[in-house]
Design a protein around this ligand. Structure first.
Ligand SMILES: NC(=O)c1ccc[n+]([C@@H]2O[C@H](COP(=O)([O-])OP(=O)(O)OC[C@H]3O[C@@H](n4cnc5c(N)ncnc54)[C@H](OP(=O)(O)O)[C@@H]3O)[C@@H](O)[C@H]2O)c1
Length: 325
């Protein structure tokens, strides 16, 4: 089988598409013929070696994939069934989706929901799944479309763009934050009501600023998240899932103790199965047809490393799909 293999050479990560025997696949009770995978921020960190994502080499990256069961020793899955995998350390500590076959634990798999193709499921991918978890967190925080405007940071990225589309479909007023002026029209076409330049969030935040946002989906972290927190309405919720701008958070307790702001962390890797299935059902129902036509780039496996570099340089908009078969 063909696989994108990451190896260590002189302390650096090198990647190449190679023939690998399926005998080398890791342990697991379901083997899958991978049809589609994607290039996520975490994949880009792993492939370029810019983030210490991978500690064991050789490794096949690819934190998400969709495909067809080839062999199963678990009664819940049968040969020929379509499945989705995101998270669980696949592509980090366990060989991932950037290969013709993958072998995983059955507990990690979600059956492909009816009404969704495997290609569509990877246009959504880990990024879209995470966006859904963020939206669910806002709902669980009691934020409704009547509460006020919802801010989405890093809006041109995989998580941000899906969050914009989901929130807009649910009737929320969405304000997208982007560092790329060229993406304003794209974000409006996804359903954003307005777009703000990232520069507007550059100056140092005071502990509390004018209240502006009923909710926020933050994919950026660091000083931008600190600024957003200082502008949140009384009783609002922020779903924080990303660190595209850095993993620090230079803030104060003021928004929490004086404005009752809820900062909800989002982890998509270890989400329990029932919540996973609920999120996939909702994604299938909510995302409009035009979402699947917006900003999707399809590449073959041997372009994955190049796109990973571009993604690290913030030159990728939306989702990159890797066509395996
Ligand atoms: N918690 C989880 O389970 C989970 C799951 C998936 C992803 N994530 C994290 O969520 C974040 C977004 O993931 P993604 O797949 O959407 O990545 P992505 O496609 O690379 O998008 C990230 C976006 O953030 C903005 N950005 C990039 N560099 C920035 C910087 N230095 N300062 C401020 N904004 C910057 C850019 O948007 P604009 O150009 O529009 O500003 C970029 O498109 C990543 O940090 C990723 O690791 C977490």
């Amino acid at each position: 089988m063909l696989a994108l293999l990451l190896e260590q050479k002189d302390g650096s990560t090198v990647s190449a598409v190679k023939q690998v025997s399926p005998d080398n696949l890791p342990e697991g009770n379901v083997t899958i013929d991978v049809e589609w995978s994607g290039i996520n921020y975490k994949d880009a960190l792993a492939i370029t070696g810019k983030g210490k994502i991978i500690r064991q080499f050789p490794m096949v990256p690819g934190i998400d994939f969709a495909g067809t069961v080839r062999e199963s020793q678990d009664a819940r899955f049968i040969a020929g069934q379509s499945v989705i995998l995101t998270g669980w350390g696949v592509g980090e500590t366990h060989w991932g989706g950037l290969a013709e076959q993958a072998r995983v634990n059955a507990n990690w798999l979600v059956p492909l929901p009816q009404g969704l193709s495997s290609r569509q499921s990877m246009i959504i991918g880990t990024a879209g799944f995470t966006a859904m978890l963020c939206v669910m967190a806002l709902e669980e925080g009691g934020i409704t479309p009547e509460s006020g405007e919802i801010l989405v940071t890093g809006a041109s990225g995989g998580v941000g763009s899906t969050a914009v589309s989901l929130l807009s479909t649910l009737g929320y007023q969405v304000v997208a934050v982007t560092g790329r002026a060229s993406n304003h029209d794209y974000l409006l076409s996804l359903g954003a009501n307005s777009v703000i330049s990232r520069e507007a969030f550059n100056d140092a935040s005071r502990p509390l600023e004018k209240q502006r946002w009923a909710g926020a989906v933050d994919t950026v972290g660091s000083s931008l998240l600190a600024k957003v927190l200082s502008q949140m309405n009384y009783g609002s919720t922020v779903a924080a899932c990303g660190l595209a701008g850095g993993f620090d958070l230079p803030t104060s307790v003021m928004p929490f103790i004086l404005r009752n702001v809820r900062l909800q962390g989002i982890d998509s890797v270890s989400t329990p199965l029932d919540r996973r299935q609920m999120a996939w059902q909702r994604l299938t129902k909510l995302l409009p047809d035009h979402f699947y036509q917006q900003a999707v780039t399809e590449i073959p496996l041997d372009h994955a490393a190049h796109v990973a570099t571009e993604l690290m340089e913030n030159r990728v908009t939306g989702r990159t799909l890797v066509k395996i078969k």
